[in-house]
Every structure is written in structure tokens, then in C-alpha cells.
Design a binder for this molecule. Structure first.
Ligand code: SF4
Length: 374
């Protein structure tokens, strides 16, 4: 990469601001100066598409218009509100940070970059976004859109996820920032990447930056930004056993330091390897819950289809098995160590008030006939 002169940086800055002046992409948080609402929108939008996050943002703002109200919300209620967004550590951090600000800072959101960055769940990107949007502080945001725009326009092929790349792009993003209009400029960079210089179909033919875009001149737009090799995801194999106890079923709150902490789930068997057929799944259920063989009147029904959820570092494959349990067998089941700590809840309580992992929500929503059997 050749050295980028300050004249080139200035030219880029002017062109991005000129492009932004021609655009109008309305979002409820755009132009917002309340740091609480900006923080809320940024946490919701981490790892979430705008279209998906928008209704959540609106529901949260309507229900918790101030940080004190968010801090006072019961955790189960907040998790239920979050259901479907995934990455529940964000909801936990949201609650913990709201309580910290309400109780320790008298409800006043911090107003320096360092103090914002120190909040739980707030990384460099989110801190820069809040600092620039709410307070006009000169901190450049660096997200996937910004990486792509900078890599293409300046023709940088250093892998964006390498340490060297993070440093190069971080310095460049800060150097091109319009410090007097930090919020406007940051928003423009993200919008330009999201709507114009997009990953697969950038609008190069109609681009105001084309005449000075190095990636375009070198005909390598679609090769940029360069990414390093990805680590393979860890595969996990879950079998959920959905016990039908008339109108009730059995659930527990996950408490381990693992995925889906604080969400509710059915009794779980985790396999070490990907099961190759349905018989393996049935055998695992029998071994765990019926080592002496299936009691009379209990039938192992068909196993559900496989549900897959991709997390940042894991790929979780899940199967469900719904079992109706006759009354005279329930006491024995409830003494099974795998079930200790589980609570018996009505199906309506589960679906209406308890937050569950996304795979369970998918299963419940796709299986109304199963639900009605509870
Ligand atoms: S010319 Fe193409 S690659 Fe360059 S900034 Fe414009 S849209 Fe992006």
C-alpha cells in the first residue's frame, strides 16, 4: 500500500460528505442525541440487520423510555423482549449497564469516550458511535462497512481481521474523519458502505468517488477487503426431550458459563458427535431417561427435523423429541438426576413469558400441533 497523503484523505472526506448530502435513509435513531437511545440502538444492532433490529428498538424505547426504567425491569421480562435477537450476552450487558448507570452514576450516561468504552458490552465501535452521535466527539467508527469502503477506495489489501490490518484501518478511519462533524461523517461512512459500496453489488458506475477510487482503478473492487482465514466453528449436537405432562412441560433456566445463559430450555442431552441417524438419537434418549427400557404406554415418537443455529464460534444442531408421559410414571421420571432442578410450567407460561433459545422458539412456532398436546 502506498502512503496515503493528507490531500487524498481530505478529498475522500469531502466526497463522502457530499455523497451523504444527497442521501436520505431515515432511521428512528438518526439525529438522535440522547445517549441512552443511541446506546440502545447500537447494542441491538450489534450482529443484527437493521430491518430485524428496528422493531426491537421501537419496542424497547416504548417500554423503557429512560435508562432508569430499563434498569428496574425484571430480567425475565427483558429477556422475553429480546427473544429472537440472539446473542443474549448483549441483553445481560444491557441490563447490567443500565443498573450501573442508574445506581452508580445517578442515571447520567457517561460523556467521555473512555468512560463510555468502559461500560459492559461496549467495544471500540459502539463507544465511537455513542461519543460521536451523542456528544460530537471526534472518534471514528470502524465496522464492516467502513473496512470495506476504506479498503476499496484506498486499495488496501492488508487483511482487515489481522492485527496489522486493524491498526492500519483504525489509523486511516481516524485520519479521514471530519472532526467537526464526527457524527454526520460516521453515519455517512456506514450508510455509504451499507447502501452504495455494498459487498457484492457496489454501485461503481454511478459513484461520486469513482474517479479517485484505487480499487476501481485497479479492477479489484470485489477482492477487497481481504480477510484472513476463518477458524472452523465448533459443532454441538443437542437433543431436547419435550415431556408432556398434560398441560405442562419441564424446563429449567440455563445457568452454566456457556451459550444461552439465563434462557429456558427442555431437558437436554448433548452428544459428543453428530448423530448419523435417528436410531442414535433414540438410543441416547433411552440410555438417559429409560435405562431399564421404555415403560408400558410410553412411545418414542418421531424425532423432529434438525434445527441449526449458527453462532459466532459454534454451529448448534438440535433435534426435539416429544414424549407423553403417563401419570403413574411421572414420579419416577422426576427423580431422574437429569431432571432435578427443572420446573413444571404450563405451556402458555413458557411461550408467553419465558425467553428461550432461538432453536426452541423455531420448534415451538413450527409445531402448533405438538404444543396443543401439552
Ligand atoms: S467506485 Fe465502487 S468501489 Fe469505489 S467507492 Fe465507489 S462504489 Fe466503492
Amino acid at each position: 500500500m502506498n502512503t496515503i497523503t493528507s490531500k487524498e484523505q481530505h478529498e475522500f472526506r469531502i466526497k463522502i460528505l457530499a455523497w451523504a448530502a444527497t442521501q436520505h435513509r431515515p432511521m428512528p435513531w438518526k439525529g438522535e442525541r440522547d445517549p441512552y437511545k443511541i446506546w440502545l440502538s447500537e447494542i441491538i444492532l450489534q450482529q443484527t440487520r437493521v430491518e430485524q433490529g428496528l422493531p426491537y428498538y421501537e419496542r424497547f424505547v416504548a417500554r423503557y423510555p429512560t435508562i432508569d426504567l430499563l434498569a428496574a425491569a425484571p430480567e425475565d421480562e427483558l429477556f422475553k423482549m429480546w427473544e429472537g435477537l440472539g446473542y443474549y450476552s448483549r441483553a445481560r450487558n444491557l441490563h447490567a449497564t443500565a443498573q450501573y448507570i442508574a445506581q452508580e452514576l445517578g442515571g447520567q450516561f457517561p460523556d467521555t469516550y473512555e468512560a463510555i468504552r468502559a461500560l459492559k458490552g461496549v467495544g471500540d465501535y459502539t463507544a465511537a458511535a455513542i461519543a460521536s452521535f451523542a456528544y460530537g466527539l471526534p472518534y471514528a467508527v470502524l465496522d464492516g462497512n467502513v473496512y470495506r469502503v476504506l479498503a476499496r477506495y484506498f486499495g488496501i489489501d492488508t487483511p482487515s481481521d489481522s492485527n496489522e490490518g486493524k491498526k492500519t484501518f483504525g489509523n486511516l478511519a481516524q485520519a479521514v474523519l471530519a472532526p467537526e462533524q464526527a457524527g454526520v461523517f460516521n453515519q455517512a461512512m456506514m450508510d455509504f458502505g451499507a447502501t452504495h459500496c455494498t459487498p457484492a453489488l457496489p454501485k461503481c458506475a454511478a459513484c461520486m468517488l469513482q474517479s479517485t477510487c484505487a480499487g476501481y482503478a485497479q479492477n479489484k473492487v470485489l477482492q477487497l477487503p481481504v480477510k484472513g482465514k476463518k477458524q472452523p466453528k465448533r459443532g454441538r449436537y443437542f437433543i431436547y426431550v419435550v415431556f408432556e405432562l398434560d398441560t405442562d412441560t419441564l424446563v429449567r433456566k440455563r445457568s452454566e458459563k456457556d451459550i444461552w445463559k439465563n434462557l429456558y430450555e427442555f431437558p437436554l442431552i448433548e452428544l459428543a458427535e453428530n448423530p448419523t441417524d435417528e436410531d442414535q438419537i433414540k438410543a441416547a434418549i433411552l440410555a438417559q431417561f429409560f435405562p431399564e427400557g421404555l415403560p408400558k404406554d410410553v412411545f418414542l415418537p418421531i424425532i423432529s427435523k434438525k434445527y441449526q443455529q449458527t453462532l459466532t464460534h459454534q454451529l448448534v444442531s438440535t433435534w426435539f423429541c416429544t414424549l407423553y408421559l403417563p401419570i403413574d410414571y411421572r414420579a419416577r421420571l422426576l427423580s431422574n438426576p437429569l431432571i432435578s432442578g427443572f420446573q413444571q410450567v404450563h405451556r402458555a407460561q413458557l411461550t408467553e413469558t419465558m425467553a428461550v433459545p432461538r432453536v426452541i422458539a423455531w420448534f415451538l412456532s413450527e409445531k402448533p400441533s405438538v404444543l396443543s398436546l401439552f
